[in-house]
Design a protein. Structure first.
Lengths: 144, 141
């Protein structure tokens, strides 16, 4: 079994603020991330898939197919976006990087078979670096 | 889900054990046993495991984690000679293995009240050498 990881980048803005908390509580919980006009990050997303080696190609994952899937499901909708206003999932959910990891993982998992209709490779995990110092990782089997 | 926070500190150390002879220290640690020590820019990655809170969408407040890491690691370790100034490295050799385990021991009680589980401590001594420590497991005792 091989584990193959490909790294992608996109830039987006967000603001952490939830209607479930008062203005004061939002400021306390999220600090600078609650500043009213939002702020941005250069997100670095690692997408990992696993599978056996395909004999003919000598590859476990066709990265061109992965690139197309990631471009359609992640890069095109999220690149240069305001996550809060431009991405439907974050109309109701705070775009923390935890929730962003869940959203990206869900998009890739639910559309995985359009790119990879066979049994292998399978989506393994998503790892998002919001900055070089803050990193979030979710396994595909944590998402229904 | 895992979240990881990275911090850096610079410190000097010497790898030599009082239980070994001069010759044995040289054989085991090489130049790292030079008696006056040498330094590294250490990079520490601390990983917690948990589920995002239903209200805040966060596994753990990363500002708070940063404060804990500063208090428990960066402040006591940064710009210090570990063997001379930072216990327990006056008694145990500050190899990256021992430093990673000591950091785990300092962080585990600090995390205990948070409801989140410390999953891993990764300590880079140089960009090309790192140690992962996941706490004591039954097979290692």
């Amino acid at each position: 079994m091989f584990h193959v990881t490909r790294r992608y980048r996109f830039a987006a803005s967000h603001r952490l603020d939830t209607a479930a908390l008062s203005a004061e509580e939002n400021r306390r919980v999220y600090g600078k991330c609650n500043n009213p006009y939002g702020h941005g990050h250069n997100y670095v997303v690692e997408v990992s898939a696993r599978g056996p080696l395909e004999e003919a190609s000598g590859a476990a994952v066709d990265t061109r197919l992965l690139d197309r899937l990631v471009a359609r499901e992640m890069l095109e909708p999220l690149e240069d976006s305001n996550l809060n206003t431009d991405v439907p999932a974050f109309q109701t959910v705070v775009p923390t990087s935890e929730n962003l990891a869940i959203e990206i993982c869900r998009r890739l998992k639910s559309n995985w078979h359009t790119a990879f209709p066979g049994e292998w490779p399978r989506l393994e995990k998503i790892r998002i670096a919001e900055t070089e110092r803050n990193i979030f990782e979710i396994r595909a089997d944590e998402i229904e | 889900m895992f979240i990881t926070r990275k911090v850096e500190f610079s410190a000097s150390h010497v790898c030599r054990s009082p239980r070994l002879s001069e010759e044995e220290n040289r054989a085991r640690f090489g130049k790292a046993a030079n008696p006056h020590g040498h330094g590294h820019n250490y990079v520490l990655e601390v990983t917690l495991e948990g589920a995002p809170d239903a209200v805040t969408g966060m596994v753990f407040d990363l500002k708070e984690l940063k404060e804990i890491l500063n208090r428990e690691v960066v402040e006591p370790y940064d710009h210090r000679f570990l063997n001379r100034e930072v216990p327990p490295f006056d008694r145990i050799v500050p190899t990256p293995e021992n430093i990673a385990r000591e950091i785990w021991r300092r962080l585990e009680p600090a995390m205990a009240g948070s409801g989140q589980r410390l999953h891993a401590v990764r300590l880079y001594e140089t960009p090309d050498l790192y140690v992962d420590y996941f706490g004591e497991s039954p097979c290692s005792t």
